[in-house]
Design a protein around this ligand. Structure first.
Ligand SMILES: [Zn+2]
Length: 142
């Protein structure tokens, strides 16, 4: 399969093989994004509100969250009260670990991002608790 790959480097490939993900992601990002892992709390450079910009998916570059939506939750992970583009993420029921939670995934690459909790302190009432290793900050003014 795939003998005639004329369009090399096409960025619209919907799904990569796990091997390709392993090569393109850091070991920690691979573990979280592709294996539903969780980074250690307070380990991310983004766990507190810092620089402003847009947080894109580490796996595929899709726009996920904006810094305006970020707040300090104290939980040790980057927290947002809304998605930048609701269509870019998928929310689904997660019943693992004996809990019922809402899992948040990137719609484009199906990477695991974190969880959504209904206890946010802002007017949306939502808390997207996201692994910072899944995010890359783009703060270029364009
Ligand atoms: Zn993605």
């Amino acid at each position: 399969m795939g003998e005639e790959q004329k369009e090399q480097g096409s960025s619209s490939d919907p799904i990569r093989s796990e091997e390709a993900w392993k090569e393109s992601l850091s070991p920690e990002a691979f573990r979280v994004l592709r294996q539903n892992g969780t980074e250690r709390p307070f380990s991310s450079q983004f766990h507190q509100v810092g620089e402003s910009g847009i947080f894109n998916c580490q796996g595929c570059g899709t726009e996920l969250f904006k810094s305006e939506a970020q707040f300090d939750s104290g939980c040790g992970w980057p927290s947002f009260d809304r998605a930048a583009q609701p269509d870019n993420i998928v929310e689904r029921l997660d019943r693992t670990h004996g809990m019922t939670r809402i899992e948040v995934r990137c719609k484009s690459c199906d990477g695991h991002l974190g969880h959504l909790f209904p206890d946010g302190p802002t007017d949306t009432g939502q808390r997207y608790c996201i692994n910072g290793v899944c995010l890359q900050l783009n703060n270029d003014e364009s």
